[in-house]
Design a protein around this ligand. Structure first.
Ligand code: AMP
Ligand code: MG
Length: 303
């Protein structure tokens, strides 16, 4: 998953081995950029039988594509490749290429029968926007089957909170500063179990002729999002949902994200825009603390 992961588990050291094994297996099945992964095989052969986990995640992702109304689409991968985000060989595709890529981005084209998935010739899938969230869900299942009392799993920007810490204190999760991702602009203090997923342009981008091009693309245009959003953090019970939502709300931008939240208020979010406004939804508003030295305008979003 191209990231650093850290596991803190209280009360059961053996489950950490099972978690490590499962994450390694998921990574080698789901990584579209690894030549021999299940997803790479599907993209190349256009028809492939996949493992239980991959099928489960493909089905969940297709359902999320439907629910997220065009802002999230796992078939955006040919566009991700064309911009060079997988290799670092960055390039700005021309207008015709972008129109062709946008037209070919359509998750409805993915067909399945049992665990066998089929793609048209010009379609490829990428589970990069949900893989870490799904991994968090799988880890949650392993933890529930263990004797661990509590755990904090940090899967590169996606954090799973499980159980109650032995000293009874709340979990504290930092939200990365897009201008300086090693620092946190604020903290969430959480007692509930759940997953916290963040999407940010700062995670992967390139600059050309004074324009910054980020790795989150608008499926409708096949172009990097450029709507003033700097980062989106989502808190939800399901990691897969949180991860898909963080990507999708980033594509929607602040106004549409608020409208989507009001229509489907079963998650919470923190969204930072380049005018220094931090929008925080009701469910986590009181759990958020801004770090010293940040003077964002904080806006509370009611359901
Ligand atoms: P995340 O960091 O979870 O927001 O996921 C971003 C990654 O998902 C990118 O690096 C792409 O591989 C892929 N991606 C980019 N834009 C989209 C999109 N609109 N829908 C689905 N996947 C996307
Ligand atoms: Mg995501």
């Amino acid at each position: 998953m191209d990231t650093v992961m850290s596991l803190s588990i209280y009360g059961d050291s053996e489950v950490s081995d099972r978690i490590r094994q499962r994450i390694t297996a998921l990574d080698s099945a789901l990584d579209a950029t690894a030549a021999d992964s299940e997803i790479a095989r599907l993209n190349k052969q256009k028809s492939a039988a996949v493992s239980e986990d991959t099928a489960r995640l493909l089905d969940r992702s297709l359902d999320l594509c439907e629910r997220l109304e065009g802002s999230f689409d796992i078939t955006v991968y040919p566009a991700v490749l064309a911009w060079g985000f997988t290799t670092g060989d960055y390039a700005v595709p021309d207008g015709d290429t972008l129109r062709r890529l946008a037209a070919a981005t359509d998750y409805h084209a993915v067909r399945s029968q049992g665990n066998t998935y089929t793609l048209p010739d010009d379609v490829m899938v990428d589970l990069g926007a949900v893989a870490k969230g799904y991994a968090a869900d799988v880890c949650g299942e392993l933890l529930r089957d263990s004797s661990a009392q509590a755990a904090v799993l940090s899967l590169g920007g996606t954090v799973l909170l499980y159980g109650q810490k032995p000293d009874g204190s709340a979990f504290r999760v930092g939200v990365a500063d897009p201008d300086n991702p090693a620092a946190y602009f604020g903290y969430l203090s959480c007692r509930n179990n759940g997953v916290i997923a963040t999407s940010g342009g700062y995670e992967r981008y390139f600059e050309q002729d004074g324009t910054r091009y980020i790795h989150i693309l608008d499926p409708k245009t096949a172009r990097p999002v450029d709507n003033g959003t700097l980062s989106v953090t989502v808190v939800a019970d399901s990691g897969t949902d949180a991860d898909a939502l963080s990507t999708a709300l980033f594509v929607m931008g602040a106004d549409e994200a608020v409208a989507y939240y009001r229509a489907h208020p079963d998650f919470d979010f923190i969204l930072l825009t380049d005018d220094g406004v931090l929008s925080i939804t009701d469910g986590i508003y009181d759990n958020f603390t801004l770090s010293d030295g940040y003077d964002f305008t904080v806006r509370q979003i009611a359901e």
